[in-house]
Design a binder for this molecule. Structure first.
Ligand code: ADP
Ligand code: MG
Length: 229
């Protein structure tokens, strides 16, 4: 049995607001194994994005532990966080967040450039290979604005995989896509999980049983239901 790649232990997150401290996460425990595809559902404001931000080290828990790929993320010093994240966590967002002035291939090369994970001469061939894996190799030298939404999300997935991270985090990656395109994107995530990547995906999609191994639901910053396929 492989050990868990994500372990969250009693994590809380409170935001300081003018009206007082607001508990966005109120004690969350979560373990995810390599190759496991976990879907996170819950109403708007239930803490889903906050949970992903803790996993990515974008935000720190108020209390509790967040361990990802052997690193205590909550304890990582700020200067080391961005390079740790670039090598360990691939992120996919609802609105793709590709850089508009770079070509698709250049967008995919960016994490490799930032972390120097591959020699310079290998970066473009690797980007093209990743774009082939998500089915848009022929779009490599176009600007993101020339691509459809589904193609842009494929490019964002290729970028998220650039440094071969053990963990992929996605925040409503199909929220801006029609249902047929959404299924293609979910198929890509499922294939990546089958390859050993742990995936935590926040989603509003209804029937995820075809793709996700486990579905957890958040309400008021707590896990309320957990369904395993
Ligand atoms: P979800 O992604 O499930 O919609 P979030 O994790 O974004 O929810 O937010 C959870 C709760 O925390 C919400 O009530 C939100 O308003 C609040 N919140 C999120 N970020 C901040 C912040 N930076 N400052 C204050 N409150 C915040
Ligand atoms: Mg959110």
């Amino acid at each position: 049995m492989p050990t868990e790649v994500i372990t969250v232990h009693e994590a809380t997150k409170s935001y300081r607001t003018p009206a007082g401290d607001f508990p966005a996460l109120a004690g969350v425990d979560l373990s995810v194994s390599p190759g496991e595809f976990v879907a996170v559902t819950g109403r708007s404001g239930s803490g889903k994005s906050t949970l992903l931000n803790l996993l990515a080290g974008i935000d720190r828990p108020t209390s509790g532990q967040v361990r990802v790929a052997g690193t205590e993320v909550h304890a990582l010093p700020e200067p080391r966080l961005s390079s740790w994240r670039g090598r360990t966590v691939g992120m996919v967002f609802q609105f793709f967040q590709l850089l508009p002035t770079l070509t698709v291939a250049e967008n995919v090369m960016l994490p490799m450039d930032f972390c120097a994970t591959y020699p310079s001469r290998d970066r473009r061939p690797r980007a093209l290979e990743l774009l082939g894996r998500v089915g848009i190799a022929e779009q490599a030298d176009k600007l993101p604005s020339a691509l459809s939404g589904g193609q842009q999300q494929r490019a964002a997935i290729a970028r998220a995989l650039a440094n071969d991270p053990p963990v992929l985090l996605a925040d409503e990656p199909t929220g801006n896509l029609d249902s047929a395109t959404a299924e293609v994107i979910l198929d890509l995530f499922a294939a990546q999980a089958a390859d050993g990547t742990a995936i935590v995906m926040v989603t509003h999609e209804r029937d995820l049983s075809r793709w996700a191994h486990r579905q957890i639901s958040l309400a008021d910053g707590k896990i309320t239901t957990e369904v395993t396929r």
